[in-house]
Design a protein around this ligand. Structure first.
Ligand code: 5AD
Ligand code: SF4
Length: 436
């Protein structure tokens, strides 16, 4: 059985796709990259913005032709776009070529439905959000030296623009012991960097029988011998408390990279977004981080054109950029997600205004990113090597503790190795260096 997994969306999805691959491999499946060679295609979907959804629908529709020429081809659509009844009905209405549909919490049922598909025609649909995700999953990682590790599923925050709580369900933390066991097993297998995953990792521990917090988890993971780096995503400013800051300060393996999405700079918009903090709180938090971690890397997420955003609200967003001076910002045009409170707002912002604001934001951020990268020139940084470039094998890349991408040339392959480089050249989104 030859399989191809097409993954859209965030790190959580990439990690889910590793799980899907593990299940297919244990059924003696073999990965292929050519669609024509596949017996089964799994589309792992994202519904966070409309642009992603349109791309995914286009891809699913393009599979119709393949199914016509190969009626045995099995098509499974899984993940966020198929975790609500209405979404699934809409998708299936005109797409009879889909065989299996599995929501975010039902992925582990894929082998069961593949078996049933041999006898029955389908389509098979399962998307029960109350499903408990079973522990003890065999989870093969794509890379040998770094790995994702899920610490919690779902989200309880209900930011008013966001579809995630509806498609990934309520927050559920894994037990600390299960997480530590998995981390130790990964490190035994040669993993040097672990990225802890969750929609809101800072609220880890909520509802667990044995009390635990994100800070507790960092202290425990920091003790694992052989582990070099601990990353985590995503944080929520409202939960990023002094206990977490103290834990990071005490735990040298936790990277000094702070990704704290602020989303909008105006108090009025933050309130409408249901973010539970105001701009002064955010600015104070960033000031505290800068004071405790002077060389840290700061990044954020920003939404442009939330309903009701006026020019002065947007200027408040630019103002936060100027005050904090992030190393990088991930910027998104507000996308109306049906079923979320913000989608029903009367005063949606016109597309051309949104786009014009985004341009101004990108220009400002690109100047700041370049200036921050230029300040790294001449200094030494330790990278975790990511291997050689496909197009130019003489060039390799690696990431700093702050997650900055650095290119360098070397004869020896430093993939998965720690290596010191001196930065020689800076661009807005990457750097060049030489081995020290
Ligand atoms: N429109 C635009 N951006 C969104 N995000 C989440 N929902 C939406 C939406 N409806 C962005 C937020 C979040 C990031 C992962 O995606 O900035 O932090
Ligand atoms: Fe969405 Fe807000 Fe939860 Fe992040 S914290 S996943 S933006 S609801």
């Amino acid at each position: 059985m030859k399989y191809l997994i097409k993954t859209f969306g965030c790190q959580m999805n990439q990690h889910d796709s590793e799980f899907i691959a593990s299940m297919l491999r244990s059924l003696r499946g073999e990965a292929v990259s050519d669609l024509d060679a596949a017996d089964i295609v799994v589309v792992n979907t994202c519904s966070v913005r409309e642009t992603a959804e349109n791309k995914i629908i286009g891809f699913i529709d393009s599979l119709k032709r393949r199914k016509r020429s190969n009626p045995d081809l099995i098509i499974a659509v899984v993940g966020c776009m198929v975790s609500k009844r209405e979404q699934i009905d809409r998708l299936l209405e005109k797409r009879k070529h889909i065989d299996i549909i599995l929501g975010t919490r039902s992925l582990y049922r894929l082998p069961y439905f593949l078996e049933r598909r041999e006898a029955e025609k389908g389509p098979f649909v399962e998307f029960d959000l109350d499903d408990d995700i079973p522990e003890g999953r065999n989870h093969i990682r794509e890379e040998s030296y770094r790995a994702y590790l899920t610490i919690m599923y779902g989200c309880d925050n209900f930011c008013s623009y966001c579809i995630v709580p509806y498609v990934r369900g309520r927050e559920k933390s894994r037990s600390k012991q299960d997480i530590l066991n998995e981390a130790k097993a990964l490190v035994n297998d040669g993993v040097k960097e672990i990225t802890l995953l969750g929609q809101n990792v800072n609220s880890y521990g909520k509802g667990l029988a044995e009390a635990s917090s994100f800070a507790d988890l960092l202290y425990a993971l920091n003790e694992i011998e052989g582990l070099e780096r601990i990353r985590y995503m995503t944080s929520h400013p409202k939960d990023f408390n002094s206990e977490i800051i103290a834990a990071i300060a005490a735990c040298k393996k936790v990277c000094r990279h702070f990704h704290l999405p602020f989303q909008a700079g105006s108090d009025r918009i933050l309130k409408a977004m249901n973010r539970h903090y105001q701009r002064d709180y955010y600015l104070d938090l960033m000031a505290a981080i800068k004071k405790d971690f002077p060389d840290s890397v700061l990044t954020t997420d920003i939404i442009v054109g939330f309903p009701g955003e006026e020019e002065r609200d947007f200027e408040d967003t630019l103002d936060i950029l100027n005050r904090v001076r992030f190393d990088n910002a991930y910027t998104f045009l507000y996308s109306r997600r049906s079923g979320t409170p913000a989608a029903d707002h009367q005063n949606q912002v016109a597309d051309e205004i949104k786009r014009e604001r985004l341009q101004r934001l990108l220009q400002l951020q690109s100047d700041i990113s370049l200036a921050k990268n230029q300040a790294m020139i001449g200094k030494t940084y330790t990278l975790l090597g990511e291997g050689r470039s496909k197009n130019n094998p003489q060039m390799q890349s690696g990431r700093t503790d702050g997650n900055k991408l650095v290119h360098f040339s070397a004869d020896e392959d430093f993939r998965g190795e720690m290596v010191d480089v001196i930065i020689e050249e800076a661009h807005s989104w990457s750097l060049n260096g030489r081995i020290k």
